[in-house]
Ligand binder design. Sequence first.
Ligand SMILES: Cc1cc2nc3c(=O)[nH]c(=O)nc-3n(C[C@H](O)[C@H](O)[C@H](O)COP(=O)(O)O)c2cc1C
Length: 365
Amino acid sequence: MWPDQRIQGLFGIELPIIQAPMAGSVGSDMVIAVSEAGGLGSLPCAMLSPEQMRNEFGIIRQRTSRPINLNFFCHQPPQADPARENAWKQRLESYYIELGLDPQAPVPAAARAPFDSAMCDLVEGFRPEVVSFRFGLAGRALLERVRGMGAKIISSATTVDEARWLEDQGCDAIIAQGHEAGGHRGVFLTNDISTQAGTMALVPQVVDAVKVPVIAAGGIADARGIVAAFALGASAVQIGTAYLFCPEAKVSPLHRDALKQAKDNDTVLTNVFTGRPARGIVNRIVREVGPMSDLAPEFPLAAGALAPLRAKAETIGSGDFSPLWSGQAAAFGRAILAGDLTRQLGAESLSHLTRLGRADSPRSA
Ligand SMILES: Cc1cc2nc3c(=O)[nH]c(=O)nc-3n(C[C@H](O)[C@H](O)[C@H](O)COP(=O)(O)O)c2cc1C
């Protein structure tokens, strides 16, 4: 029996396991598999065109009637800064020349748009059970529309201040994202990532600070991590990196290989891929240009000049310029179907909890 069932009750799911939305790496197949297994499948929408969103929503509703989470970004659109973008191109110029690319070619657009009214129209047609945001929350009017659809609203906090802010804005639950987490930090009230807490320290402090249920995220990839999150007061977990190993994940063979080999100390927070700090496996561009570069243009603009390098390098089997996103617990990854992973994590956590319960009972003494 799960010690806390508030998230299951709130979202209408069987297992307190949320597959993290992972922009660029998760599509409808994984979402359907996780929700059908009793967890909460999350579709990342930030990098999808309206047509792709409509298509993915249609596939999901055809294949499952279980609760689903749609995820969007809420960053401030970047201010154009030609001088900085030029300095970034110059910093990357030697790599363009090395790979036989034209450094003067126009920089491709970096596709990550914040949640807006047009996206909200599409979401109204889908009527998801949960909508999650990253980098804060959408504006009041848009939030009201999401609430009006009957969707529960959640977002990520990386500090206690952010968690309190999200609760004040009416979030139904809060994801406490520890420093260990793969991908971008959800940070939005500060730019200082050097002071951010790990999951072990952050989750109980957020639990103490807010009344709504807390979802633990960051470095959780097996039953031990899930049970620990409950011991810290979380009501559910959000798991990203462990789902990247599943065959449904849209992950290049290069990224998959890097994940398989990743150890506890192979990842770092870097801004070189998008302009915002994100955790990934150290590779050449991170080592030589980062991990944090003052030259990287504002999110998501830094990604533009990186894109041709990544594409060209990948054609010759090199991941030197690819973001190899990963949290600190990739070592626990299992290359099994997402539905099986969800069911296994659920069953293993329950038997772990039962064992701990027995150890705690006076009769076992
Ligand atoms: C490849 C990757 C992409 C991610 N993309 C998103 C995203 O689009 N939206 C979001 O809210 N979180 C995103 N995250 C962060 C996750 O929601 C979550 O906080 C993180 O994966 C938890 O840590 P873990 O990877 O150690 O399990 C991403 C994480 C990864 C690894």
